[in-house]
Write a protein of this length. Sequence first.
Lengths: 418, 255
Amino acid sequence: MSDTLIENTHIAARRAAGEPDWLIARRLAAWEKSQTLALPRLEKTDISRWKLEEALPAGPTEAPGAAPASSAKSAYLATVNGTAAGGFVAPQLAARGVELLSFEAALEKLGERLEPFLLTAEPSTPDVLTALHTAYADGGAVLYVPKGVEIEDPIEIHQSFGKVSSYPHTLIVLDDMARATVVETLTSFDEEALTLNAALEVHLGQGAFLRYAGIQKLSTGVRMTYPHTAILDRDAGIEWILVSSGGGRVITNNETILAGEGAHAQSYAVFLTGGRQILDIQTRMQHYASHTTSDMDSKGVLKDASRVTYVGFTNIRKYSRGCASWQNEKTLMLSPDCRADLMPLLWIDDDDVVRAGHAAAAGQVNPEQLYYLMTRGVPEKEAMLLLVNGFLETIIGRIPLDEIREEIMSLAAEKVKA
Amino acid sequence: MTPTLEIRDLHVSIDEREILSGVNLTVKGGEVHAVMGPNGTGKTTLASTLMGHPRYRVTKGEVLLDGENILGMKTDERARRGLFLAMQYPLEISGVTMANFLRTAVNSVRGEAEALPVMAFHKMLLDRMKLLDIDQRFAERYVNEGFSGGEKKRNEILQLAMLNPRIAVLDEIDSGLDIDAMKIVSHGVNTVLNPNMGVLIITHYERILRYIHPDRVHILMQGKVVLSGGPELAESLEERGYDWVRTEADPAVAE
């Protein structure tokens, strides 16, 4: 490898910086593939002019000031443009081998232990953006929880971006029977236009369980693709709590691959959009093994001229016996100019299905309800917020983390009152 | 200052059709007025117009609350100035608990400076719920969702009791109630009634006026008050029906 001339200067720079050969090989293969792949084909969102594929990796940048304070008790990592800006792992967890590191630090410290995982979780339909991400991933966070380690308190990852485009990567590995809750927050430290070609990959060993809450509140100058790919071994479980309120133009393909028998997934998605935001969310549940179950529940509140596409996709493969899946999608439209396309899709190739189905609805605020609240002295915006919170309640009420519930309520208040 | 609601020559249309054609009525604090009339004479239009429902268009006239014309104000502002409407068909609001709704409403009406602390609010709520024989658990239920007809009406009076308005308009709060529910609702109204609150009861039936005694009774027909009198007027209606009023008041309508 070291003798090969690397044409791609970004990957060459990575090798010069000392990245291991297996990673450079992975990057080169992906880069080659990217030359032949097209943009992802989305049902309703035209991304041909977003120029996501033109972003160049910036490489590490200086952190502007201190990382935000965290109340995490277990572990915390802050990054700025993908570079470590602070954090810790509680000593009792560190002693048991729990690692929470920036991308670069993880490569240095964990080296070959990352080889079976890092940048291996390909989405079911690779495209030029995912290939470029593998080629250029240049920062981010890595969490490793060894076999049998169960972590009660949420682990926090705070990633903030600004000024330059980048390719942040988050890798979460839970070995067999490990358990953890991760809260990842994405923010911007300025309003400048930039592109993020990000990716999250999750590897869950047998019987492992991850609760992942992602709070996306980037500035509206950000264009982003942020696919999530999780691969679940036998009896592993994942609970997604995905909250999107930021970003100007965002596509996110959230894919759970239920690869081992008995694996199960639950997804809660909440999206709050306003202004001219465009958000394209795909949630895919791939039932590749028998007795796997998945549920998707999503609620969105749209304002102004924002547009949301939500595709829920359940795929039950042939010979996957006794699977169960449900989808529930609802949006509340606060203005006549916003638009939501909800597409629940079911592909069932096996005839032994326990249950499968979907429900989708887009509705407006009932003006009589609004009037009723106003007759009690509640000002219109406040009344609107009550109705929005009432609409979100059925999903918020099922989210097990208090701080996330509060975060959603405050983001909703911010949107409604804006 | 004694609360006063003055309705002067009020004309109201819905979709270009005139429903109210010059209503005059004055209600003062401590007084109970009843507006009665057959179906389709504009009783609910009157109630909704007073509260500022966007569907009703005032083409002429004034509504003064404590001397100030409220017709240009939005619904929530009228409420904050002390007007209250108990509705004939209260709305269901999924996902919003009674406690949350009432606290938002009470604090909106009281204003930030006089907002009730949580504990004080809950004490007040439990107290008023007891008065209206409402189970405490209702505080955690969603607004009117799954409530029976009687529960919804009691809930309207609970809101009246919590908001303590200057002028309360009660729109057919007796419709669909059995006699026990009627007694509870009436008891609630009678308890909150005080010299600083005027009440305008809008009803089709005389029955509720046996429990909430009106000082004045007005008969609304064809968009106008055609006859006003004391409580005995309601009794005559019970005995003789509205046809009698029609004959009696026809010249007034024709005017």
